[in-house]
Design a protein around this ligand. Sequence first.
Ligand SMILES: [Zn+2]
Length: 131
Amino acid sequence: MRKPEICRYCGGVIRLVPAKQVLGASARRLGQEREYIYQCQNCNARVGCHKGTDQPLGNVANETLRLKRMETHKVFDAFWKSRHMTRHNAYKWLSQQLRLPMSETHIAGFEMDQCQRVIELCGTEEREGAA
Ligand SMILES: [Zn+2]
């Protein structure tokens, strides 16, 4: 994933900033204390990095997309936990379903359509599992 420099929403300048600076007190709770975030200095669109690196997880997200990514995470986590899958196996399954390499299977970097696809996949599997 290329490092973002110009915001795709507003054309503003994107900087790599410490997550603490963006998330404040919740950085610790989110395990982001030592991590970095790409943030648009104009509109606050942002995206996190692969742990311990400055490699972005995807494109910067505005508030709408950030909420969608969070919702998707919630649905996906509930899905694999209810099936007693390991986190690793869950992501392996997801990468196969989406035909993405594991290294790109990060909900925190997904676009709207990818998020929607994850939510639908979880729903389909739930129904098939129940049948
Ligand atoms: Zn922006």
